[in-house]
Design a protein around this ligand. Structure first.
Ligand SMILES: Cc1cc2nc3c(=O)[nH]c(=O)nc-3n(C[C@H](O)[C@H](O)[C@H](O)COP(=O)(O)OP(=O)(O)OC[C@H]3O[C@@H](n4cnc5c(N)ncnc54)[C@H](O)[C@@H]3O)c2cc1C
Ligand SMILES: *[C@@H]1O[C@H](CO)[C@@H](O)[C@H](O)[C@H]1NC(C)=O
Ligand SMILES: *[C@@H]1O[C@H](CO)[C@@H](O)[C@H](O)[C@H]1NC(C)=O
Ligand SMILES: *[C@@H]1O[C@H](CO)[C@@H](O)[C@H](O)[C@H]1NC(C)=O
Length: 498
């Protein structure tokens, strides 16, 4: 509940700000209150405000919005958008709050539109269409769907939210079978900048439908995702880890797996060079091996299975089980960078060695127990975009232009304090630059940056290619002619800042 006193203080502050900037229109929070939304507006001293700011995954993600508004339904989102669009204020949109960089889904001096109350998850048993609000996380979605025998291509970490994942692409264990998460959205319900609510699907507003499959929040606020579901079956697999000295063997298998994956799209692999002193004293090669059809130890992992392990948690289990077995804990300060490379043994081997060197250097500047790293490689073979995404109507990611079997690369570091984040960030950005330079020199750089993994300093939307950028800009112009979702959203990846 809103405390009256704090609301008064905030209103006074806003009035003062409005006067001092001599703005002709009112600030966002005042406009929301004037639109009759007071019960859903939270100000900085309110318990709801504090709880929502504390619920971001990364400790570096929360900022200090002037207020948070939590609409309860689509009609209230329409009111919210109309009020803010007509005000002098800026805003941002937040779904699951798993954006890992400062500004991804929170704002200073603006309004955070928090979709956390959009918790509906239903399945139509006849059409097998799952309707999912942007409020819950994937673990909740999976549990709800499994109870009805259904599953969708959602996040691998159950804590991740729906809105960012699906509008940014969405890589899941089912990507080989189904394409990206976004490819499986058959309809978006969207509130546009003028307050209208529209559906976007293959028949109606099909340009908006395609643009939302990778174009993030540049076109409106998605209030419901209708996804093509499929029958839930138990999958097999899980996390394992081997000593670093087996790295080259595992890299050979990673490349072989990637090049053969079209033949066994039910199998998914992640290779993760990681320093995690809570689990191991040395760098290890962690792996996630999964068969989404439930085949136990399938042939695609035959060679990898021969590598001696220091951890092996491979079992037959549900999607919700695996999604909640290895949750990356919230509350750390995080820095993530991402690039894409041709699936090439030397490139992976070189980057893994650069990661070893970086960890060694970090051990001289940070307490050994205070940081973790992950240097992850995920197969993105060419058939995924060409056969899966395109068959489902296509998206704007631009991966269909990549002819090589590729590896999506992610480097992450997590630390305890803001000071440590400032120390570690240049190491991560330098590792990223050095990795890219090496791949370029070898002719193996793929000019694609995954929006959901990218740092705020990267430019994922530009990496979709000129044709897709033009398409997204045309769509934005058509559905948001005043560019409200670009100009007033100061953080996040926006088309006007490409
Ligand atoms: C621990 C962890 C594990 C992860 N695992 C995976 C993985 O397996 N596969 C993968 O592909 N990615 C993964 N990611 C990345 C993840 O996809 C992104 O962080 C994603 O943006 C999270 O979505 P969210 O809704 O929680 O984010 P938020 O921070 O709420 O939003 C992210 C962005 O999307 C916009 N947005 C959100 N909802 C809407 C909406 N309804 N309408 C319009 N715009 C919206 C926001 O404005 C913001 O710009 C992981 C991230 C973390 C932290
Ligand atoms: C809104 O953001 C723009 C930048 O996009 C900035 O110039 C402007 O001052 C901001 N307005 C307010 C009221 O903070
Ligand atoms: C990477 O390795 C860590 C162990 O350090 C593990 O907890 C995590 O789940 C792995 N990440 C992925 C995406 O496989
Ligand atoms: C490469 O993968 C194929 C198909 O999965 C497998 O049959 C073959 O044994 C693998 N080769 C090596 C060298 O691991």
């Amino acid at each position: 509940m809103i405390s009256k006193a704090s609301a008064c203080v905030a209103t006074a502050a806003l009035l003062f700000q409005g006067l001092s900037s001599a703005a002709a229109t009112t600030g966002g929070c005042q406009a929301l209150a004037a639109a009759g939304l007071s019960s859903q507006i939270y100000y900085p001293a309110d318990a709801n405000y504090i709880a929502r700011e504390a619920s971001y995954w990364a400790a570096n993600a929360p900022l200090s919005p002037l207020c948070i508004v939590q609409p309860r339904n689509t009609a209230e989102v329409q009111k919210v958008v109309k009020a803010i669009a007509g005000s002098s204020g800026n805003f941002t949109v937040r779904s699951g709050g798993h954006g890992h960089w400062r500004g991804a889904s929170d704002i200073h001096n603006g309004v955070t539109i928090d979709l956390g109350l959009f918790t509906d998850v239903t399945v139509d048993k006849k059409t097998m269409i799952a309707s999912i609000g942007p409020g819950p996380n994937w673990a909740t979605v999976f549990k709800t769907l499994e109870a009805q025998g259904a599953m969708v291509a959602g996040g691998r970490d159950g804590g991740v939210g729906i809105g960012g994942f699906l509008t940014g692409g969405g890589n899941s264990y089912y990507t080989g079978m189904q394409g990206f998460g976004a490819d499986n959205v058959v309809n978006f319900e969207v509130v546009l900048a003028d307050g209208r609510v529209v559906n976007a699907n293959a028949k109606t507003n099909s340009d908006l439908w395609k643009a939302l499959k990778g174009g993030s929040g540049n076109f409106g606020i998605v209030t419901r995702f209708d996804m093509q579901a499929f029958t839930a079956v138990p999958l097999w697999g899980g996390l394992s880890a081997a000593e670093r000295k087996y790295g080259d063997t595992i890299i050979t298998e990673l490349i072989n797996f990637t090049n053969n994956n079209a033949k066994n799209p039910e199998d998914a692999l992640i290779v993760n060079f990681t320093y995690n002193p809570g689990m191991f004293t040395e760098i290890v090669v962690a792996m996630v091996t999964v068969d989404v059809k439930g085949a136990v130890a399938p042939p695609a992992f035959e060679q990898i299975a021969k590598v001696p392990t220091v951890l092996a948690d491979l079992t037959t289990r549900s999607m919700s089980n695996i999604a909640t077995s290895y949750l990356l804990a919230p509350g750390s300060q995080n820095v993530w960078y991402s690039l894409t490379f041709r699936a090439d043994r030397d490139i992976v081997s070189h980057i893994a060695a650069l990661h070893d060197e970086m960890v060694a250097k970090l051990l001289t500047v940070l307490p050994a127990a205070d940081f973790t790293t992950q240097c992850l490689f995920q197969p993105i073979p060419a058939y995924i975009a060409q056969d899966r995404s395109n068959a489902k109507g296509g998206n704007v990611l631009g991966l269909d232009a990549v002819k090589d079997n590729a590896l999506l690369w992610l480097i992450t570091a997590a630390v305890q304090t803001e000071e440590q984040l400032a120390i570690i960030t240049p190491y991560i950005s330098e590792l990223s630059a050095a990795s890219n330079a090496y791949a370029k020199a070898k002719g193996g750089a793929v000019d694609w940056v995954y929006l959901n993994y990218a740092d705020g300093s990267q430019n994922p939307l530009a990496s979709y290619g000129a044709k897709n950028v033009k398409f997204m800009k045309d769509v934005a112009k058509k559905y948001d002619p005043k560019a409200i979702f670009q100009n007033k959203v100061t953080g996040a990846f926006r088309l006007n800042r490409i």
